[in-house]
Design a protein around this ligand. Sequence first.
Ligand code: 5GP
Length: 188
Amino acid sequence: MPDFVEVASEEALSRRVAELGEEISSDYRNRTPVMIGVLNGCVPFIADLVRAMSVDLVVDFLSLTRFDGSGRVGMALDAGVPLAGRDVILVEDIVDTGLTLVTLRKILGLHEVASLTTVALLDKAPRRIVDVPVEYRGFEVGDEFLIGYGLDWEHSYRNARGLWAVMDLAVLQADSAAFAPFAYPASV
Ligand code: 5GP
């Protein structure tokens, strides 16, 4: 069994993000949604998604603080755009247990938004421990640890162009450079 398996190629990601962009655009025709990216994992996804959309929109970001292991999150950086009365779309890299999304929805709900939906590139549905709506999803994935296209290993590899599953985390724990030849094949 290889240590790293490509789950979605650059081309597959690009095709699926284009489809999501079209679908969301048709649902938000004649509206100007505020797309709020959840930093840092959303960066490649939101950059590609908003350019695949054909309605005017606002891009903003927020950032979370995670409290070790508990699943609890706090707000490190709030969105800058006033959200009252706006159609807000949260842009997430991945929804796993769902705890982050539940907290985010609670916080954003305080802003009296007109509507609130979520687009997640990846949905680890089998690992969900709280029930939370994900209106748009790119891919449903299993419970492997994923890296690339925004997802990191200890802050690295967010710029890998494809999305990869780590089949044996011990390999990365022993040597975080082990994924570099897969992430950056041109440099080998
Ligand atoms: P949740 O609160 O839904 O359990 O966690 C969501 C967050 O966990 C994501 O935004 C992401 O930061 C992190 N996460 C969950 N699964 C993965 C994964 O497979 N790879 C990486 N790099 N991060 C993950």
